[in-house]
Design a protein around this ligand. Structure first.
Ligand SMILES: Nc1ncnc2c1ncn2[C@@H]1O[C@H](COP(=O)(O)OP(=O)(O)O)[C@@H](O)[C@H]1O
Ligand SMILES: [Mg+2]
Length: 250
């Protein structure tokens, strides 16, 4: 097993608020690591730190190191980091343009591709990998805004795939979706781990048990426990983890 990400003694602060406390976490290549925990546990702060989305927040500071392969992400060019680590949010926000253009936009902008045939191929592959192709292949020129919520979320996944990152961060991607749309997004994520390393923050403990190879339980900025999902759900080591996954709090 190869570690794709190594988090070393990571601490984050918003002013005086200590939001992440001495985290040490390794993320294995091609796994889905799910992160569970009640609100305000630092789950989103963790993902935003991995993508350096908080760098422009003057209230935010951090200590510690994160390595992507052997590269220290805090010393890396931010644009480059974001081509290697993509992030998906709870609310799908497609660009107000066609399905096709939504996906072609980023690869064109970063100058990855220019020929129409190449772009066509990228669009198709991204939509296939996001398990959306069959539903939209006959209407690629239609507005993305008209898609259902679940389709929009898979479209946003396809937009990330189009730039072929190495790691994808999902922040509660199904929190606004119905069960059928949720299962389609889960299906897409499970397929994606063949090629990508995935960290999935979920407010849904059952989702963690369905898709997580390993699960981390966060509480008030601390990592309480990290284990193989199957093990954790049968016998959590920490009482607080057990209470959370059995629905006793959170
Ligand atoms: N931009 C911010 N400014 C100040 N405090 C923040 C900010 N974002 C998060 N926090 C605080 O950091 C803690 C962790 O929040 P967050 O990472 O959003 O947790 P979660 O995603 O688990 O709900 C909370 O106490 C929250 O209020
Ligand atoms: Mg959050």
């Amino acid at each position: 097993m190869v570690d794709k990400i190594r988090v070393k003694n990571l601490n984050c602060f918003y002013g005086g608020k200590h939001a992440l406390k001495s985290l040490n976490i390794n993320v294995v290549k091609n796994e889905i690591l799910t992160i569970i925990g009640p609100s305000n546990s630092g789950k989103t702060s963790f993902l935003r730190t991995l993508n350096r989305m908080n760098d422009n927040n003057i209230n935010y500071s951090r200590k510690g190191e994160v390595f992507l392969d052997n590269d220290n992400i805090f010393k890396m060019n931010q644009e480059l980091l974001r081509t290697r680590v993509g992030m998906l949010f709870a609310m799908p926000i497609p660009l107000p343009m066609s399905i096709y253009e939504n996906i072609a936009y980023a690869p064109k902008r970063i100058g990855l591709l220019s020929k129409k045939s190449e772009i066509d191929a990228v669009v198709e592959k991204a939509l296939r990998d996001a398990s959306l192709w069959d539903e939209v292949k006959d209407r690629l020129d239609h507005s993305a805004i008209k898609l259902s919520g679940g389709q929009q979320q898979r479209l946003c996944i396809a937009r990330i795939l189009a730039i072929e990152p190495e790691v994808i961060l999902f922040d509660e991607p199904c929190s606004g979706l119905d069960p059928i749309s949720t299962s389609k997004v889960e299906e897409a994520m499970i397929k994606l781990k063949q090629k990508y390393t995935i960290i999935l923050v979920t407010n849904n403990v059952k989702q963690a048990s369905r898709v997580g190879d390993r699960t981390a339980f966060f509480l008030m900025g601390e990592l309480i426990e990290l284990d193989e999902t199957a093990k954790m759900f049968v016998s959590a080591k920490d009482k607080r983890t057990e209470d959370y996954i059995t629905g006793r709090f959170g």
